[in-house]
Ligand binder design. Structure first.
Ligand code: FES
Length: 95
């Protein structure tokens, strides 16, 4: 029997979210019951994971104050501060 990887927490919009080592930010957010963490630029519609493989950019999220991280590709890290991204964010694409 395999031991599950250790778990830790990061925050999303100020609330703690549990994640496991090696889990993406998107996977942890979905596991916590969340389905969206970005709002579109023009109409403010909610977005979360669509492709799940880094192609569509629907899952953009702000991590530690830097916007435009693809949540489906970025590994969750202990203590990260993740927040909902409004529109396009402010920096160039980070990853
Ligand atoms: S869900 Fe498509 S890039 Fe992340």
């Amino acid at each position: 029997m395999t031991t599950p990887p250790p778990s830790f927490t990061f925050t999303f919009d100020g609330e703690p979210v549990r994640a496991r080592s090696g889990q993406s930010v998107a996977a942890a957010l979905i596991a916590s019951g969340r389905r969206s963490w970005r709002h579109t630029r023009t109409e403010g519609r909610p977005r979360g994971v669509f492709c799940g493989i880094g192609v569509c950019f629907d899952c953009l999220v702000t991590i530690n104050g830097r916007p435009n991280h693809r949540a489906c590709l970025v590994e969750a890290r202990p203590g990260d501060t993740v927040s909902t991204q409004e529109g396009a964010g402010h920096d160039d694409l980070a990853c």
